[in-house]
Design a binder for this molecule. Structure first.
Ligand code: FAD
Ligand code: NAP
Length: 340
């Protein structure tokens, strides 16, 4: 049967920044076999290809003169369990938060701190999504992905993925090499509560929680997120635009002399992680707006599209922010969002 490939499709509703650019060719797949079928097609072989999940971690700066393939593989399945864990296999096209809600309903612990992160499960290993002291790698067991060269389905285990801080092998060495089709998670039967991060304790206190549960933690996280992060369906954005920089302790100590309020968190590697949002705010960008491109007024790390900003305008704003933060603090910010 002929593949249903659409042409000149607007991507506006497929990216959370709301950038109105065109995909020259557009194809949806909901099975591994369909992905392999498109992989064999000459359009796939002879054009740039973009894998699209929920479009919540990308900035589209121009029309995509190639083939966009939208991953819609469904399914959440408990495949096995041992004394301490449940192993749950999830289709790459499942909404991340829908998967979190499934876990909360079943009492499977481990992803409660990651509630309300937009996007699809298939993209979660790409940057090892993280929030409130938990990263996807903490509950990751394995994933299946199609190698775009030979179209074979390959399994990657935790150590294979080279997970780091908002990093993985799929964002670096193996960029554009694999299409993730499913992820298997290893969830805890006995929860290990992580509440020490950010404002979770305060939110739990406000909620008057006495006996803690994973559901309470998820509620606290959702409460905080709803209060400070812009909802992309109201205000276009892709979450944190930059990664938090990690600097040497000696540089941190010297910055502290000039900026006594600067706070840092020691990382496993001995470096100091600085909140990029704080640096951007100190450089004067919080709430900034030029035309429809801006910096969010509650969280300076989030760049926003007030309506009709172009991807290029948002990108230029990010360049200006990088320069000014460098000028003030001597620290280079790196973008977390994928630029197209
Ligand atoms: P997309 O934006 O569609 O894709 C991102 C990249 O992954 C692209 O390069 C794409 O080609 C590639 N990709 C997507 N799917 C696949 C696949 N199946 N196989 C191979 N490559 C693929 N991130 C966090 O880590 N923590 C947060 O707390 C967080 N909060 C956010 C809050 C808001 C309001 C927003 C808008 C974003 C936030 N993000 C956060 C960023 C984003 O939600 C995550 O990075 C998410 O995992 C992206 O998923 P997606 O499906 O939208 O990916
Ligand atoms: P926040 O609570 O205001 O904290 C600011 C920064 O300080 C965060 O970026 C966080 O780093 C760091 N931090 C806070 N408490 C820490 C601790 N106890 N130990 C180590 N680091 C600590 O941050 P926020 O902007 O509201 O975000 C809350 C959480 O959601 C963060 O984990 C953040 O990464 C995540 N988030 C991510 C995105 C995204 O698009 N990537 C968007 C929104 C929120 P980390 O970022 O390293 O955790």
């Amino acid at each position: 049967m002929a593949l249903n490939i659409q042409e000149n499709i607007s991507l506006k509703s497929y990216n959370t920044f709301g950038m109105d650019v065109l995909a020259k060719f557009f194809f949806r797949f909901s099975t591994t076999a369909q992905m392999q079928e498109i992989g064999n097609d000459s359009l796939f072989r002879h054009n740039p290809v973009m894998v699209l999940g929920g479009g919540s971690n990308m900035l589209l700066t121009t029309n995509f003169e190639g083939l966009v393939i939208k991953n819609e593989i469904p399914g959440i399945e408990l495949i096995s369990e041992d004394a301490d864990h449940y192993f749950v296999k999830v289709g790459a096209g499942v909404d991340w938060h829908e998967f979190v809600l499934y876990c909360l309903e079943k009492n499977y612990a481990g992803v409660e701190n990651l509630a309300l992160i937009p996007g699809k499960v298939g993209a979660s290993p790409m940057q090892n999504i993280g929030a409130y002291g938990v990263e996807m790698k903490d509950v990751f067991h394995s994933l299946e992905a199609i190698n775009v060269d030979d179209l074979n389905l390959v399994t990657f285990y935790n150590a294979d993925c080279e997970f780091g801080y908002r990093e993985s092998i799929f964002k670096n060495k193996c960029k554009n090499q694999f299409v993730i089709t499913s992820v298997t998670f290893k969830l805890n039967k006995i929860p290990v509560y992580k509440t020490a991060y950010g404002a979770i304790e305060d939110a739990l206190h406000e909620m008057k929680v006495d006996t803690l549960s994973i559901q309470h933690i998820a509620q606290a996280v959702m409460r905080i997120r709803n209060s400070k992060l812009p909802n992309p369906s109201v205000l276009g954005n892709a979450g944190s635009f930059f990664k938090n920089p990690e600097i040497e302790a000696v540089q941190f100590d010297s910055l502290k002399n000039y900026f006594p309020n600067i706070s840092g968190y020691k990382t496993d590697s001995g470096k100091i992680k600085i909140a990029a949002g704080w640096l951007i705010e100190q450089a004067g960008w919080k709430g900034y707006r030029n035309g429809d491109a801006g910096c969010h007024d509650k969280q300076a790390l989030v760049l926003v599209n007030h309506g009709n900003a172009t991807g290029t305008e948002i990108f230029e704003l990010s360049e200006n922010i990088i320069s000014s933060v460098h000028e003030k603090f001597g620290i280079f910010l790196h973008r977390e969002v994928n630029i197209y």
